[in-house]
Design a protein around this ligand. Structure first.
Ligand code: F6R
Length: 604
């Protein structure tokens, strides 16, 4: 999604801005641009397409200066085009903006009536014109930005240059992240802390409502009420994370194959329960209900965790999609109720809105989050780190299995707290410890998956079914397939088919049966037979025994190693991820950056 990078105190700032934008590329974008304060005023260069195209443009039309702002845009208002890409300008002002200005329609009308000249279709373009009006009233640039931002509804992270103060960057945020960074005589700003690795020695995250004035030697921050504030210093990685795919062709493949290593790292950190004890301030023996909230793949991890929590710890759970839960009428909460918010990025706008809402209502919130410097990690009452490492492929893979690992450890912890040794938490921990090895074995299914992807041919739809926690995996498998290969796919509880979806079955419909829930195997088998009776093309995904039990009706099979109950849902993610990867490759698609999608969804 949109990214901001800005720098001051750099002798050739254009190069630094382009490098900053390259570091934001993984988030997904469709156009890129920069503005630089130079001798002749503010120079703007922007273009639709990749950052590389902007770099080429800068070779033929260079822009010189020591201070600049830059942006990668992911279109929301107006098509991807040079005109709609950022920076946006008014005389003497250039801004870049992440977020959405919800009242841009009325502001546009009002500003146009006072001679603002809009050239784009974006919501963002009202911002420089609002700032300009404040400057005309005699405000200094920093105060002008604060006053302009006070007129905006919605969410924003804004960086601004003003010809009145060349060499300075002004910034403000509400609901969208911004981090400043500095080193000797240079200062930076970005929407993503990772972009500052190796170039800033220290970083400071702006809090909601903060604004900043950034010079090469000084970063001043004011809070929402205009008071100068000191915010804590954050650690910055000294080296940029490796943005290469290693021996793999794509980040998605690299991240799929990293999963045994990630699981081993998680198990080493969480196995004996000490880390959980240190990080949690919830007494699970008193918890009466857990409300899981997340989006997309993280939501499906929550849906699996619900089964574990209820089955082992006996705690009632609810699972919610954050975009709905942020607005839903909420029931009266119990005193022993907690929320678990799950997010890879920790910056998903809907999830953060739920965080704010629940904290306002006084409910303790536990974040399960990969980026430990993200807003969710910083603002949740407590956070469990996923330890998956930077995930660059837009389709979430290693973060999903890392979420499952952590949530399984959380369920074991809660089980031990509530039921003591009688519930054998040690046995469950031992089961989980076999995950890295079993993930490695599961990856051996790749060849079979490649063949299955081939058999999909030019299928336009696919169905995934499962029971128990495997229903959530069916939905995750369908999500993965549609996002990378653009094949329409749906996941269902297998028992639901005859209540409607069975009408979709014919000889052209591939159906993936996730045969992981051993207790429910006979039930799944009869659901599968209903599909077979309608000529559906059934691919069974499970261990040898499960596959054998459905041999007579299956068209194909993907074999997984035998695994303990708790681990089976985790390893079942592997063939689903590989299927979506290979189906996309076989269709010649960009697996790491599927169309229309962004890595971190920072707008509503
Ligand atoms: C799908 C995918 C998305 C994310 C969702 C939530 O592969 O990656 O569905 O899971 O946008 O993102 P986070 O976990 O960052 O809150």
């Amino acid at each position: 999604m949109c990214g901001i990078f800005a720098a001051t105190g750099e002798s050739a700032v254009a190069d630094v801005l382009v490098e900053g934008l390259r570091r934001l590329e993984y988030r997904g974008y469709d156009s890129a641009g920069i503005a630089i304060s130079g001798k002749g005023g503010i120079a703007v260069r922007k273009n639709v397409g990749p950052v590389g195209a902007l770099a080429t443009m800068l070779e033929s039309e260079p822009a010189y200066g020591e201070c600049g702002i830059a942006h990668t845009r992911w279109a929301t208002h107006g098509e991807p085009s040079a005109r709609n890409s950022h920076p946006h300008c008014a005389p003497g002002i250039a801004i870049v903006h992440n977020g959405i200005v919800e009242n841009h329609g009325e502001l546009r009308q009002e500003l146009a009536a006072r001679n603002a000249q809009f050239v784009s279709e974006t919501d963002s373009e009202v911002i420089p014109w609002l700032v300009r009006e404040e400057l005309m009233r005699g405000e200094k640039p920093w105060a002008a930005l604060q006053k302009a931002a006070a007129r905006l509804s919605g969410s924003f992270a804004i960086a601004m240059l003003s010809e009145d103060e060349p060499g300075e960057i002004f910034a403000i945020r509400k609901g969208s992240p911004l981090v400043t960074g500095f080193t000797d005589g240079k200062a930076f700003l970005s929407s993503d802390l990772n972009a500052l690795a190796g170039i800033a020695r220290h970083a400071i995250a702006l809090e909601d409502g903060d604004s900043a004035r950034i010079t090469p030697d000084c970063i001043d921050i004011r809070d929402h009420d205009g008071r100068i504030v000191n915010r804590p210093l954050l650690p910055v990685e000294s080296r940029i994370a490796t943005y290469d795919t290693g021996v793999h062709e794509h980040f998605m493949a690299k991240e799929i194959f990293e999963q045994p290593e990630v699981a081993a790292r998680i198990d080493a950190a969480y196995h004996d329960g000490t880390l959980m004890e240190q990080l949690l301030s919830i007494d699970f023996s008193r918890v009466r209900r857990i409300n899981f909230v997340a989006c997309g793949t993280s939501y499906y991890a929550a849906a699996v965790a619900r089964h574990w929590m209820q089955q082992h710890a006996g705690i009632e759970c609810t699972v919610h999609v954050a975009s709905e839960y942020r607005y839903e009428a909420l029931p009266q909460f119990y005193s022993g109720e907690v929320a678990v918010l799950i997010s890879q990025s920790g910056e998903t706008a809907d999830t953060l809105a739920v965080l704010e809402r629940l904290q306002h209502l006084g409910m303790p919130v536990l974040g399960v989050v990969n980026d430990t410097n993200s807003t969710l990690a910083r603002n949740a009452d407590m956070a469990l780190p996923l330890m998956a490492g930077l995930e660059i492929g837009v389709a979430s893979t290693k973060a999903f299995t890392a979420q499952l690992m952590i949530l399984a450890h959380l369920a074991i912890h809660a089980t031990g707290r509530r039921l003591g040794a009688a519930a054998s938490p040690g046995r469950l921990r031992d089961q989980l410890a076999s995950t890295p090895d079993l993930l490695a074995k599961a990856l051996l299914c790749e060849e079979g998956v490649i063949e299955t992807a081939r058999q999909l041919g030019d299928a336009r739809s696919a169905i995934f079914v499962g029971r128990g926690p495997f229903q959530a995996l069916a939905c995750e498998g369908a999500l993965k397939l549609k996002e990378t290969s653009y094949i329409h796919a749906e996941g269902f509880a297998a028992g639901e088919l005859k209540h409607g979806p069975l009408a979709l079955i014919d000889e052209h419909m591939p159906v993936f049966a996730l045969a992981g829930d051993q207790e429910m195997m006979p039930k799944l088998a009869s659901n599968i037979r209903e599909i077979a009776a309608r000529n559906g093309r059934i691919h069974v995904i499970g261990d040898r025994e499960a596959i054998l039990s459905m041999k007579d009706v299956a068209t194909g099979a993907i074999t997984l190693p035998s695994a303990p109950d708790l681990v089976r849902p985790i390893i079942t993610a592997i063939p689903l991820q590989l299927l979506s990867y290979h189906a996309a490759l076989q269709r010649g698609l960009n697996v790491d950056r599927p169309r229309n999608l962004a890595k971190s969804v920072t707008v509503e």
